[in-house]
Design a protein around this ligand. Structure first.
Ligand code: MTE
Ligand code: MOS
Length: 746
């Protein structure tokens, strides 16, 4: 079963329109909710007034004053209120202030517009530069939400003596997740005498994050809160922290109205108010010897975190840990900061900060190659990490990593050497189209950063069903990445059963243990390993009970499970994550094994630029990666194709337009994402190298494909356009024009 390209389990039902998404689930008597938000980036809320001509007595109205428990969203740091209080600070222009519910949706919209917020405006901080300059202090004493320092060797003196020092600054913009289904929640509150129970159904990645947030909002014990993950139309990290906010809102309205309340964002509200990828600014100073060997790296990595801490510490952490990428370097200093601004909090987005810092280093390596008179390939080759080398945190590369093989495969697939020659010849002609070929080499740490997995101590299980089949018990959600299918394959393989004998339960906190959030590409490798172990445990228990022999047929297994369930009422086996003793990590010094292992890749792109319109076309794309054993080649290929599309979009077209801290192009008509006509066929290849710690040898894969496309495409653009400043994404036609004019001016 491991390695079988079986079709996605929920695929047929999805094609037939059968699954229930949050908006499709109807609870009897349910009414609708909406959110009234602030409209200025910074200030004080003085009052709320309810306009004329609205039958307010028919409405359920919730303000901060109604909140029964804590008015703070449970997260890494508890600093974000569910609702702004009167007299409280307004920290960004989309902050929720009032919640309304009513059965009539058009009246609800009228009512939302009839509410006026009385505010006192304060000067805002709207970008990374102003946050660092501290013209206004909006967080702590220095606007810093989180700061990390990674220190190895002593770069300082090296810069004075090195043969060559190259400096650069690189920027990346915010990115909207553009999942198919916007955020949505449905909540109901039950009352048995004094006992309150809150149930939330929704589109979410982390059932137990929402569980904790709702618990604290109402001050309830855990068994009185239930969170059910509904069918989900994609997430990409965008349903990792925000669902704790809107679940709380829906629950407050349900609690106050006594009716089930559905709170579904339309596209405009979703794009404007919920999280996006952190914009970044990376400054790199690098020193080389005369052979092009990297001697020192000094990296200043800054993320715009937005108004609250939310997930910035973990996004920053992953960005910092990937900043030195696949290169061996004896002296490294990485100073990473997430700064506060008065924009809606930025959050998780496929790659968690790594795409940002990897964009910078991979673009920088091409710039350095030019300065050193080496080809991009030769410079990288001389500096690749190999087994036994120490990374920036001191982590020793323990498993075989054959970057040479990965790069050779990608470059031969795309015809790199041939294209470099023929494009050079073509570009020296008068053709109005210029062509280029470029590539990026990168890695992605599998599972949670540093001590994250230890802290989570996830539990997953396998359960015998009365009909003799088994079911996987895990809180991980299906967002299109294929966990339902992959979990079934892992258990079927462990138990030597046909895959249809394995069920995968949906994530419902009343039914499944806390196997952690569905983030950081951790489901297959980390949770998959737990369920594989739990499956072995279940088999062992059947053998010990004398119900099963060491070798068995699926029919015998089915009978054994049936008997065990009938005899004991239930048959369950759980497994909990324990840090393997060889993994050592110190969160205070940022030294040690940042990740249990890494996936590795090389992506190559061929591009053409129209020198009249500056439109860029990606003509060819090759993605080669080593992700351990591939559990399902069809789904894995889909993961790569989708990630590459998102990466190319981020690199070329997707531009969030900001005005006073708000996204103003918050529609699918003016926020441009690639469609299939904008993309070439993406050629995907896996080099398999089974990893001992993964189920069946698998490593993480989900976020990896987001890291490589933007730098590969911009490196190809650099080949096409020559030495102009290609230091910022999205590299839109307007920016290309500006950079060409700048180069002309000398
Ligand atoms: N693929 C699809 N189709 N839809 C998604 O929302 N999210 C990505 C990635 N692939 C996503 C996706 C992100 S952000 C992560 S962290 C991983 O899937 C999570 O799933 P995994 O742990 O199963 O890899
Ligand atoms: Mo993915 S950004 O870790 O949800």
């Amino acid at each position: 079963m491991i390695g079988a390209p079986i079709t996605r389990r929920e695929g047929r039902a999805k094609l037939l329109g059968q699954p229930l998404y949050t908006d499709d689930k109807i609870l009897p008597g349910e009414i609708r909710g909406v959110t009234v938000r602030t409209h200025i980036p910074r200030g004080i809320l003085k009052g709320i007034s309810f306009g004329e001509g609205i039958p307010w007595e028919e409405f359920t109205v919730v303000t901060a004053a109604d909140i029964p428990g804590k008015n703070l969203v449970a997260s890494i740091v508890h600093d974000q209120p569910f609702l702004v209080e009167i007299g409280g600070t307004i920290s960004h222009p989309e902050q929720p202030v009032v919640l309304l519910a009513h059965p009539d949706r058009s009246l609800l919209e009228k009512a939302r517009r009839a509410i006026r917020l009385d505010v006192e405006e304060l000067p805002p901080v709207l970008d990374i530069e102003s946050a660092i300059e501290k013209a206004q202090v909006i967080h702590g004493s220095n606007n810093i939400l989180k700061e990390i320092l990674i220190d190895k060797g002593d770069p300082g003196p090296v810069f004075c003596s090195a043969v060559k020092v190259v400096e650069g600054e690189y920027r990346t913009g915010a990115q909207e997740h553009a999942y198919i289904e916007p955020n949505g929640m449905l909540a109901e509150v039950g009352r048995e005498g004094e006992r309150l129970t809150v149930t939330v159904y929704g589109s979410l990645q982390c059932p137990y994050y929402v569980h904790e947030a709702v618990k604290q909002l109402f001050g309830l014990p855990g068994d009185q809160v239930r969170v059910v993950a509904m069918e989900m139309g994609g997430a990409f990290g965008g349903k990792e922290d925000y669902p704790s906010v809107n679940a709380g809102h829906a629950a407050l309205l349900a609690w106050k109205s006594g009716k089930p309340v559905k709170l579904i964002y339309d596209r405009e509200e979703d794009m404007a108010a919920t999280t996006k990828r952190h914009p970044s600014r990376t400054r790199i100073k690098s020193a080389f010897d005369r052979d092009g060997l990297l001697l020192a790296l000094d990296i200043d990595f800054v993320l715009d975190g937005g108004a609250f801490v939310t997930l910035s510490p973990v996004v920053l952490s992953r960005g910092a840990l990937h900043a030195a990428s696949v290169y061996k370097c004896p002296n490294v200093r990485i100073h990473a900061r997430a700064v506060a601004t008065n924009v809606p909090p930025h959050g998780a987005f496929r790659g968690f900060g790594a795409p940002q810092s990897l964009f910078a280093i991979e673009r920088h390596m091409d710039v350095c190659a030019r300065e050193l008179g080496l080809t991009p390939l030769e410079l990288r080759r001389r500096n690749f990490l190999a087994i036994g080398d120490r990374m920036s945190t001191g982590q020793v590369v323990k498993e075989t990593v054959d970057l040479e093989a990965i790069v050779s495969r990608a470059l031969s697939e795309i015809g790199y050497e041939e294209k470099r020659r023929s494009f050079d010849a073509h570009n020296s002609s008068q053709s109005p189209i210029k062509r280029g070929v470029g590539f990026s080499v990168f890695l992605h740490g599998c599972g949670f950063t540093g001590g994250g997995e230890t802290y989570l101590a996830s539990v997953a299980g396998v359960k015998g069903l009365p009909d003799g089949r088994v079911s996987v018990l895990a809180a991980n959600t299906e967002m299109g990445q294929g966990k339902t299918t992959v979990f079934a394959q892992i258990v079927a393989s462990a138990l030597k059963l046909p895959v249809d004998m394995v069920d995968v339960w949906s994530a419902d906190t009343a039914e499944v243990p806390n196997s952690g959030p569905t983030v950081a590409s951790r489901s297959t490798m980390i949770v998959g390993k737990l369920i594989e172990d739990a499956a072995y445990g279940l088999k062992q228990s059947l053998i010990q009970q004398g119900l099963l022999e060491m070798t068995y047929t699926p029919e015998e297994f089915r009978e054994a499970v049936k008997t065990a369930v009938a005899r004991h009422g239930s048959l369950k086996c759980y497994s909990q994550y324990h840090k393997p003793p060889h993994i050592v990590w110190d969160d205070t010094t940022y030294k040690g094994d940042a990740y249990p292992t890494f996936s590795w890749a090389c992506y190559a792109a061929g591009v053409s630029v129209d020198m009249v319109t500056y439109e860029v076309k990606v003509d060819d794309f090759v993605a080669v990666q080593e992700v351990g054993r591939v559990v399902n080649p069809m789904l894995a290929t889909g993961q790569i194709e989708g990630g590459v599309a998102q990466g190319i979009g981020w690199g070329l077209w997707e531009e969030v337009q900001w005005k006073d801290g708000r996204m103003v192009n918050n529609q699918m008509t003016n926020y441009i994402i690639p469609t299939s006509v904008d993309l070439p066929r993406i050629r995907v290849a896996f080099l398999e190298n089974p990893h001992p710690a993964g189920p069946g040898g698998a490593k993480g894969i989900g976020e990896l494909p987001m890291d490589g496309p933007a730098p590969a495409v911009l490196n190809a653009l650099a080949h096409a356009l020559g030495p102009i400043r290609l230091d910022e994404i999205p590299m839109t036609p307007e920016r290309i024009l500006a950079r060409l004019e700048e180069a002309d001016r000398g």
